[in-house]
Design a protein around this ligand. Structure first.
Ligand code: COA
Length: 287
């Protein structure tokens, strides 16, 4: 029998961490995602997103979120993809962790974005879900770089990044609606990644990777293969780059996919140490 997963294999991907399950948001999950967002993600008037998608009237929020989930699916291709993974904790939907890439076959770079409902923030779950997608990207897809970005004041997001070993990668000045924001870019490689002490469980990887035309089997399926093969990128031949047939018609995919609107961004140069004041400090919100 034809299943939805056989038609759209990404739906069958499932990442499991000690406390969380991450899987692509299906239509039947959208109401729970909307409820989680409506319950509050941040302090009113202090949006951490480049577009204030959380600050619209309640009925528009749900419509916009649904539109966003459908759009990301519809525009998903090997050349440009975004996976919006719902986060389940103790059986309840609590947030979203996205991971996406453009020209992954060539660039081997993923970018991520995330949100959690406020009531569960500050318990290490944000770190756990980011670690999950980074582990999947590095160890299963063969990614070589994971990038992220956040408003320079977003201590929680930057706290997750710092805690996982991301390095600062410059700032850019952006218009977030009428606001000027300094956006901090961060970058992680397998060498700098501070791996968690747990192992990621992955189901449905092969079909998902095939769908995304990620054919780098040398990346291995699991941490041991990755660490045993650190120079894989140097050994790969151009013929392995099978993910971009034709290279044209690349659809637009927002960089910060946790947001139900499009954002644009370009990495800026420069690296530096984490500011001392970010290295310690309580979570912005408590559980
Ligand atoms: C960003 C977010 C996903 C982080 O998840 P979280 O569960 O709150 O964060 P965690 O509890 O996993 O914290 C991870 C690390 O960051 C640190 N941290 C968290 N909040 C912090 C804060 N306000 N100030 C300083 N450090 C903080 C923690 O101490 C922890 O570091 P450690 O591992 O060294 O102890 C969550 O706070 C959120 O959804 N915020 C609103 C939406 C948002 O900002 N999304 C990102 C847009 S770029």
């Amino acid at each position: 029998m034809t299943t939805l997963g056989s038609v759209w294999p990404l739906f069958d991907l499932r990442l499991t961490t000690p406390r969380l399950e991450l899987r692509p948001i299906r239509d039947e999950d959208i109401p729970a995602a909307v409820d989680a967002a409506r319950s509050g993600i941040h302090e009113p008037g202090k949006s951490p997103f480049s577009t204030p998608w959380t600050e619209v009237p309640g009925e528009e929020l749900g419509t916009n979120m649904a539109r966003w989930y459908w759009r990301c699916r519809a525009e998903c291709s090997p050349e440009s993809w975004t996976l919006l993974l719902g986060i389940w904790h103790e059986g309840k939907f609590i947030g979203c962790q996205d991971v996406g890439a453009k020209e992954f076959a060539l660039l081997k770079t993923v970018s991520t974005g995330s949100w959690l409902k406020q009531s569960v923030q500050g318990r290490g779950l944000g770190k756990e879900m980011r670690a999950a997608v980074v582990l999947w990207a590095f160890d299963w897809l063969g990614a070589e770089v994971a990038e992220s970005e956040a408003a320079a004041w977003n201590e929680a997001s930057l706290g997750v990044s710092r805690s996982l070993g991301y390095e600062l990668n410059g700032t850019t000045r952006k218009a977030w609606g009428p606001q000027i924001e300094t956006v901090q870019h961060v970058r992680l490689t397998p060498n700098t990644f501070k791996r968690p002490d747990w192992q990621l469980q992955v189901e449905g990887h092969e079909a998902a990777a095939k769908f995304l035309k990620v054919t780098d089997h040398e990346a291995g399926y699991g941490p041991s293969r990755r660490s045993a093969s650190p120079t894989r990128a140097m050994r790969r031949s151009p013929s392995d780059r099978s993910g971009a047939p034709g290279g044209s018609g690349v659809p637009r995919v927002p960089r910060r996919a946790c947001e139900p609107w499009e954002g644009t961004s370009a990495l800026s140069d420069g690296e530096g140490p984490w500011p001392a004041e970010r290295n310690h400090g309580p979570p912005a919100t408590s559980a």
